[in-house]
Design a binder for this molecule. Structure first.
Ligand code: G3P
Length: 333
């Protein structure tokens, strides 16, 4: 990538990327017309001008996103996943009343949810996750991703940090799609995302899952800091999206590390607003008794296939998403 492009990317906000994509005459998508309005509104009323990482709602309920927007004044973006969609009040009500969904109905419900959220959020877009179990191929993921990318004008397609997910991502960005690589638990996986999404037109996202590393005794925040350090020698085409954020100290540490974006449950965002939107000062110390995650020197300029991307938590996360997705489906008779 030419140096002037790299420098430009570093200066530009993600919002400018969307504008550029529209101007580049990407294929027409349903609802594309409102993207320009979202972007303009964001810059006109200053909602995107806050400092620090972009703040995304980690959830699957448009009403909740609206509540956060009212309290915070803006929402930069949203991330969704099969577990969060299964918790959507309408989906839950349907399942609990014994009217589980067919696969087509589940997909329609997901589409409706993200279409309601799409105009509420700013330049960081709405991440939509493909359905993938441990046997799903890159072709199958890509097919879903292509379809989901037409749902809303500001979609990011979420693929897992697996070999098949990375293959799908590489092919997606080659087709001009935006991607968010989820279930990242290691520096190697983040390096592979960087390598696989080289040449992407819009920045790709990598989502390291902090809380789930904490759950098994690591200091998950170290992974964010390590990826940030590793990417310092890169060209800036992959942004770090702190995910699996469970608490105010997590959020404060994300601010301190300087991640690009952070996706946060509504409850924690509202707690932060309630606390007066504190930012970490020089005295802020993040306290967590997990095992430290050591930084590893990694050469980013290798084919993604060279990296050891296997991680038990990625597989476990996929299994959990499958379970939650299936819990909404009608049992075959
Ligand atoms: O952003 C990812 C998130 O939804 C996972 O959070 O708390 O289930 O690890 P958690």
């Amino acid at each position: 990538m030419p140096p002037e492009t790299i420098a430009r990317w570093r200066r530009l906000r993600v919002s400018a990327t969307f504008r550029r994509l529209s101007l580049a005459g990407r294929r027409t998508r349903e609802g594309e017309n409102h993207m320009a309005n979202v972007d303009t509104a964001q810059s006109k009323d200053g909602r995107s001008s806050h400092t620090g990482p972009k703040i995304l709602v980690d959830g699957g309920d448009p009403a909740e996103t609206m509540r956060v927007k009212e309290a915070l004044g803006y929402v930069d973006g949203q991330t969704t996943n099969p577990s969060l969609i299964a918790k959507n009040p309408e989906v839950k009500k349907r399942v609990e009343s014994g009217r589980s969904l067919t696969e087509a109905e589940e997909s329609a419900a997901y589409r409706k949810i993200v279409q309601e959220i799409s105009p509420l959020v700013g330049s960081a877009g709405v991440s939509i996750e493909v359905f993938a179990d441990l046997d799903t191929t890159a072709d199958q993921m890509l097919k879903q991703g292509q379809e989901m990318f037409t749902w809303i004008p500001n979609a990011y397609i979420k693929y897992p940090c697996t070999r098949e997910g990375l293959k799908a991502a590489q092919r997606s960005v080659a087709q001009g799609m935006r991607v968010n690589m989820t279930l990242c638990f290691s520096q190697e996986q983040a390096a592979a995302v960087y390598a696989a999404t080289k040449g992407t037109k819009a920045p790709s996202y990598v989502s390291p899952f902090v809380g789930r590393l904490d759950d098994i005794g690591w200091n998950g925040m170290d992974l964010l800091a390590n990826i940030k350090r590793m990417f310092a020698s890169g060209d800036g085409h992959t942004l770090i999206l702190g995910a699996s954020i469970r608490s105010l100290p997590h959020l404060m540490r994300c601010f301190q590390i300087g991640v690009d974006l952070v996706t946060v449950p509504a409850k924690v965002i509202l707690e932060w607003v309630e606390a007066g939107r504190p930012m970490p000062d020089a005295n802020f110390r993040y306290e967590f008794n997990g095992k430290p995650m050591e930084y590893r020197e990694i050469d980013l300029n290798q084919p993604w296939q060279n990296f050891d991307i296997k991680h038990e938590l990625t597989d476990k996360g996929i299994r959990k998403f499958v379970e939650d997705y299936r819990s909404t489906l009608r049992k075959a008779s």
